[in-house]
Design a protein around this ligand. Structure first.
Ligand code: KG4
Ligand code: ZN
Length: 342
């Protein structure tokens, strides 16, 4: 079975072809980062218009690279939510329009399910069940994953997502957008002993998170320095920020494994690309004897491959999930634990 995946939930347009026999046949991505950079964050209307420009050329690209012809496609999967409504509508309308023209079934995929299953695309995929830490720009959640569509929420952020804390703190330090990679690079030059920032909810008895206080702590340090924050000092703040967030994420992952009795941890979403987080989790895994799995670097942030793959996985457990019904809607807000195997 060959599934075409279409991702357009935020600021990346991703198209991919996943073949259940041969694996990933092709994927193509266009990132809008440079367009949004000058505004310091994603401008939803610009994002939607750009998805319109990119989707068809990227589709032609994956078809040409894979040698797959349109009639070979068995089903089309698109990100139905969560995400920016206008941006989601672009992918949904292209997917449904194309499916109608080709007389193929179509299915809406949950963006976070795409992230959650993305480590299964790697050469060393985890087996079910596992604990998953979903850390993206909009979400920070710990889930217990027993299989495709079997997700139980263990804990989540009470306020800002981890990626959001990275982005907002980077902005306060004048490091541009997206902030995660920039703050991570800067932190490498920072002295860990200059500042200590709070580790919110580190000792709470549950698996929830809170990151808005951490961003406020960065603001306080930066404000006190407003006259002249030198590059070294920015690096020191970046280091303190990364150390704090990594400590909390690592501790909560370890606690989730202990609570569930599971020995496999999966990290998914953009913050999963973070070098310091990976180092800390790898160290914890060695010490506490669990396994940790990451998606390939290129599939940590948004992409079409994870949507094509999640669509294909869903169709393997529920072949009727894709339908020749072409009226579509999108779900900008859509809790992952509402998903069931259909
Ligand atoms: O999963 P994703 O691409 O999009 C959403 O679904 O939100 O995640 C984007 C988030 C952004 O907040 C970005 O700053 C963060 O992931 N991010 C990182 C790194 N790369 C991306 N955060 C920390 N370190 C990184 N290397
Ligand atoms: Zn995402």
């Amino acid at each position: 079975m060959i599934v075409l995946g279409v991702e357009s939930s935020c600021d990346e347009t991703g198209l991919a072809l996943y073949d259940t026999q041969q694996g990933l046949r092709a994927h193509a991505l266009y990132s809008q980062v440079t367009m949004h950079e000058e505004y310091g964050g994603v401008v939803p209307e610009l994002a939607s218009r750009d998805h319109i420009r990119r989707t068809i050329p990227l589709l032609e690209q994956v078809l040409a690279e894979s040698g797959v012809v349109r009639s070979d496609i068995d089903a089309i999967a698109y990100t139905q939510g969560p995400g920016l409504a206008g941006a989601l509508l672009v992918g949904a309308s292209v997917a449904c329009g194309m499916a109608l023209a080709l007389d193929k079934p179509v299915l809406g995929v949950h963006h976070l399910e795409g992230h959650l299953l993305s480590p299964l695309l790697s050469n060393n995929p985890p087996a079910f069940p596992f604990v998953a830490l979903l850390v993206s720009g909009g979400h920070t959640q710990l889930m217990r994953v027993d299989g495709v569509g079997q997700y139980a929420l263990l804990g989540e952020t009470m306020d800002d997502a981890a990626g959001e804390a990275f982005d907002k703190s980077a902005k306060l330090l004048g490091l541009g957008y997206p902030g995660g990679p920039a703050i991570s690079r800067m932190a490498e030059f920072g002295d860990p002993d200059v500042y200590t920032l709070p580790r919110p909810m580190l000792h709470s008895k549950n698996l929830d998170f809170s990151f808005s206080g951490l961003k406020t702590a960065v603001l306080t340090v930066v404000k006190n320095k407003i006259t002249n924050i030198c590059e070294q000092d920015k690096a020191n703040v970046a280091r303190a920020f990364v150390d704090a967030i990594v400590d909390v994420l690592t501790a909560k992952c370890t606690a989730a494994l202990k609570q569930t009795g599971l020995k496999r941890l999966v990290i998914a979403g953009g913050v999963g690309a973070n070098k310091q987080l990976r180092e800390a989790l790898n160290a914890a895994a060695r010490k506490k004897h669990f396994q940790v799995f990451y998606p390939e670097m290129e599939f940590c942030t948004d992409n079409g491959a994870m949507i094509a793959f999640a669509g294909a996985m869903r169709l393997q457990v529920a072949p009727d999930a894709a339908k020749k019904e072409y009226a579509f809607n999108v779900r900008p807000r859509w809790p992952l634990d509402e998903l069931r195997t259909v």
